[in-house]
Write a protein that binds this ligand. Structure first.
Ligand code: GLC
Length: 461
């Protein structure tokens, strides 16, 4: 036993160093779909409208990969690309064995979802999405369809072993909109990666027409798990399906949505990301922001560090950077879903909560320029991003302060000519401006804190 532990210790240590590259190299990125189909269900439309008011959410990635602090799931996928790295002196099979064995080490004794919810509320976030199952197939919920879950490892004797349930409930208590992340591909399921064959890439490792029974078993298993989550885990707003190389049609998503939208989950927003069409109710550009404003519902998912899951010594983005992303995304009509990885012990790192607290403080003073706003035709000039109240008459200008720069004495833009008074949202102070020949020049009061500034004014007819 001791030898095994020592060996495990070495391997885990090696994993820590070998995957540092995961922080530097950007992983596989799902692109935004190019067209959008408005849902026909009025309840879905209503929920989408409500969701578009929230603007700022968190996406947790938590699973086996959090134990050594490596790239989420992908290291067991045998694709020869830079961003998937493994320890070089293990064969692929040895490596997979080691990875699957991480289930015996995930024991988050400090797991406190109420604390997570406090931190994210303090950050000004309004919705939350949690990884119930990532591509590696390890379930962070007590699924009745597999033993490969956190409820069967060392945490299995803990009353909080049905981890996802506790996460969802903690955020429901704080009135967050709730999203369920679920990966359609499952690399642990024998009906997706069948042990009879090698596993050369992310797809199922056999021909569907030669093994229709395997495929059918996989479809049923996946359907059942989605149904289990949507039936037994309380109310959800969003079902966020990842792994676009398997489609919703592959796993009977239409049938599931029809069932749950008429029973447990009226108005459920389906995000069959990158698949397009009726079950992709909003688009999800990843680690990027669309070039221009978009009229349909969308969300940029962007990591706070460089990785989705927890990795040691992560280089976190600054609060001003997060605010800039939020300003740009809001001005273009989207929501920001910020990726945060809880530690293997079940905590949120202080480096994360400290940064998010600063973002939250800014939002307390300036949130009117973000929440519940809608897009306005002239939405950007340089570092200035514009949003509008739903009536379209009150306009907000947000000066997104670039990292390492000081606030200028004056802010200028073209278009969006104000009439009457202009105020800074923080402190409600009136500011001086001139508006001439289509150009606006605002003089900021002296001695302001070096942080992004939000201004409110009425548009001149
Ligand atoms: C990508 C990655 C996946 C990650 C997701 C989050 O699709 O493949 O690992 O969970 O992005 O947006």
């Amino acid at each position: 036993m001791k030898i095994l532990k020592t060996l495990f210790g070495c391997l885990a240590g090696a994993a820590l160093t070998m995957n540092v590259s995961a922080q530097e190299v950007q992983g596989f990125v799902h692109q935004r779909s190019t067209d959008y189909e408005w849902p026909a269900d009025q309840q879905v439309l209503n929920k989408l409208d409500k969701w578009q008011d929230q603007k700022f959410g968190v996406l947790f990635h938590w699973g086996l990969y959090s134990v050594p602090g490596i790239v989420e799931s992908w290291s067991i996928c045998s694709e020869d690309v830079d961003w998937i790295s493994r320890k070089k002196d293990l064969t692929y099979n040895e490596y997979k064995k080691w990875y699957w064995g991480l289930k015996d080490s995930l024991n988050p004794t400090q797991f406190d979802p109420a604390k997570w919810a406090d931190i994210m509320q303090d950050a000004g976030m309004k919705y939350m999405i949690f990884t119930t199952k990532h591509h590696d197939g390890f379930c962070m919920f007590d699924s009745k369809y597999t033993d490969f879950s956190i409820a069967n490892g060392p945490f299995g004797t803990d009353p909080r072993k049905d981890v996802a349930r506790h996460v969802f409930d903690a955020f429901r208590q704080k009135d967050f909109m709730i999203g369920c992340y679920f990966s359609k591909p499952d690399w642990h399921c024998e009906w997706f990666w069948n042990p009879y064959f090698a596993t050369p890439n992310r797809r199922q490792n056999y021909k569907k027409d030669r093994h229709p029974d395997w495929w059918k078993n996989y479809q049923e298993f996946t359907y059942n798990q989605m149904d289990e989550l949507m039936t037994d885990y309380g109310k959800f707003d969003i079902l966020w399906l990842d792994g676009g190389w398997v489609t919703g049609d592959d796993v009977n998503l239409d049938k599931l949505l029809t069932k749950v939208r008429t029973s447990t989950q009226p108005g459920l927003i389906s995000v069959d990301r990158t698949i397009r069409g009726r079950n992709e109710n909003y688009q999800t550009p990843e680690r990027s922001i669309p070039e221009t404003q978009l009229n349909n519902p969308w969300e940029s998912c962007i990591t706070l560090s460089n990785d989705w899951g927890w990795v040691p010594n992560a280089p976190y983005k600054s609060p001003a950077k997060v605010i800039s992303l939020l300003a740009e995304i809001t001005a273009k009509g989207g929501c920001l879903l910020l990726g945060v990885g809880p530690t293997p012990q079940g905590t949120i790192e202080e480096a994360v909560s400290e940064r998010l607290h600063v973002v939250g403080e800014w939002l307390k003073a300036n949130g009117k320029a973000i929440y519940n706003t809608r897009i306005t035709p002239v939405y950007n000039d340089g570092n200035v991003w514009f949003t509008a109240d739903k009536d379209g008459k009150t306009i907000y200008a947000i000066y997104a302060l670039p990292d390492g720069e000081n606030l200028p004495e004056t802010i200028e833009w073209t278009g969006n000519i104000p009439t009457g008074k202009m105020k800074m949202l923080k402190g409600n102070k009136t500011v001086k401006y001139t508006g001439k020949d289509g150009k606006v020049k605002v003089t900021l009061p002296k001695g302001l804190k070096n942080e992004p500034v939000a201004l409110q004014f009425t548009l001149k007819k």
